[in-house]
Design a protein around this ligand. Structure first.
Ligand code: SF4
Length: 447
């Protein structure tokens, strides 16, 4: 059978779709590109996406345009939370919950179109961890490795604990062999991923810092990026370890959500704005060139102009590098959905635009501060028209540099020379590292 996949949402969802693809391939099915004629299509959805249903309908229509008789299965966070709603969408044959996502082939033996859609969604109380990893781009230079899933926190705006269940983690002893096999497949950067990654707790008791120590001690031929970590879980020990690491790059993505103490309290976040500020100061004092990204939500219920200005001023004075700005939207079955003080949509949009402008300013400041420095880049994509390679430095600056289209996609040393806006122009300083070179070339030692 031919089967295609479509993924919405976060990197973890992409990693999980990769696992699904592998499962189907191992069972002898052929994977085809989404949009090509197929016998079945699986859509892995997200609940964060606004208008998830509209998105879903659009994708189903696209799939059926080329294959009217294709079996359509929908899974992911949206499927877990709104299965009945999805089952009413024309063309859907089955809905699979978060637990059933990896059991599709045991539920269906043949994937014939059905007259009545089936719903296979169970509660998540005893859901187990399923290992997943994926590559972000065709060059296979960067892989995402899922180490943790679910969340035990109860932020008042978030549906993830409902959609993905309680926190659970990958077996610690399995991590080393998975990293080895990703490196053997050619990946030179591995992004350590999870829903609440800092909450990693192996069945054998190891914590997130033990993974970082293990990586450093085993000296693998790759560099590692921490995808996102809650501020209350980013301990001084982790910061110190990263500051002295040859393998874990100086880049953190740390959700803040609001700079207003009052809004943070309503959001039920587990830290105070002053803790966040001192964390950023600690990071920057040990790693001045560290890139720091911040998630922030605007338009949360009760957020007055004064609260928003507090957030704006807080972010403005912090030495951060970019923002991911989310416009608040009500999510069913979350406490915040029924909070009073709803912010008018126009105001939410206005605040989003202001923070996006601030983000552009922060990014440009950070990029400019890196001009003249030498960095390590893994060439990712080559533009034949311009003759330039594009890649990311260890501290997450997007650079472009001229080099032969045939260079090995292994770490190279560059000097950053000119700020161009979205990227920085760089010049190549030396040839790619040898594949068997495990010395600290994967990232420079931070001095
Ligand atoms: S920590 Fe993150 S995933 Fe967990 S409830 Fe809060 S926002 Fe959601």
């Amino acid at each position: 059978m031919n089967i295609s996949f479509y993924t919405l949402g976060c990197k973890l969802n992409y990693a999980e779709t990769s696992t699904l693809r592998e499962q189907f391939e191992q069972a002898g099915h052929s994977i085809v590109e989404f949009g090509e004629p197929t016998d079945a299509v699986i859509i892995n959805t997200c609940t964060v996406t606004e208008n998830a249903d509209t998105e879903c309908r659009k994708i189903i229509r696209r799939a059926l345009r080329t294959s009217l008789q294709a079996f359509v299965g929908v899974t992911g966070c949206y499927a877990q939370l709104q299965p009945e709603e999805i089952a009413t969408i024309e063309g859907v044959d089955a809905v699979f919950g978060s637990k059933e996502k990896f059991e599709i082939q045991s539920i269906f033996k043949d994937f014939q179109k059905l007259d009545t859609p089936q719903i296979h969604v169970s509660d998540l109380s005893d859901v187990e961890f399923t290992e997943s990893y994926s590559s972000e781009n065709d060059s296979r230079s960067r892989a995402f490795l899922k180490l943790q899933d679910g969340c035990n926190y109860n932020c008042s705006f978030c549906t993830i604990p409902l959609a993905r269940g309680e926190s659970r983690s990958m077996d610690f002893p399995a991590i080393g062999s998975r990293i080895t096999s990703l490196i053997q497949s050619g990946f030179r950067e591995i992004v350590l991923s999870g829903i609440n990654l800092g909450d990693y707790r192996a069945p054998s008791g190891e914590k997130f810092i033990d993974i970082l120590r293990f990586i450093d001690d085993s000296n693998p031929a790759a560099r590692f990026r921490i995808s996102s970590i809650e501020p209350n879980l980013l301990t001084p020990e982790i910061v110190e370890l990263v500051a002295n690491s040859r393998h874990i790059v100086p880049h953190f993505h740390i959700p803040l959500q609001s700079g207003s103490p009052e809004i943070l309290r309503l959001m039920r976040r587990r830290y105070k704005a002053e803790n966040y500020e001192s964390l950023i100061t600690t990071i920057k004092s040990s790693m001045p060139d560290c890139c720091i990204g911040v998630d922030v939500i605007v338009g949360f219920p009760g957020e007055t102009d004064t609260h928003f200005e507090e957030t704006f001023a807080f972010l403005h004075q912090l030495p951060i590098s970019y923002l991911h700005v989310f416009t608040y939207s009500e999510r069913e079955n979350t406490p915040a959905a029924i909070y009073s003080g709803k912010v008018p949509i126009a105001k939410r949009k206005e605040r989003t635009a202001r923070l996006r402008n601030l983000s552009a300013m922060k990014k440009s400041e950070f990029y400019r501060s890196q001009i003249g420095t030498e960095r390590i880049v893994i060439p990712e994509t080559y533009n034949h028209e311009t003759g330039l390679w594009i890649g990311w430095t260890e501290n997450y600056v997007r650079v472009e540099f001229p080099a032969s289209p045939s260079i090995i996609q292994a770490p190279v040393r560059v000097r950053l020379v000119e700020f161009l806006g979205d990227t920085v122009r760089a010049e190549l300083l030396e040839q790619p590292m040898l594949e068997d070179n495990h010395t600290p070339h994967y990232i420079p030692i931070l001095l």
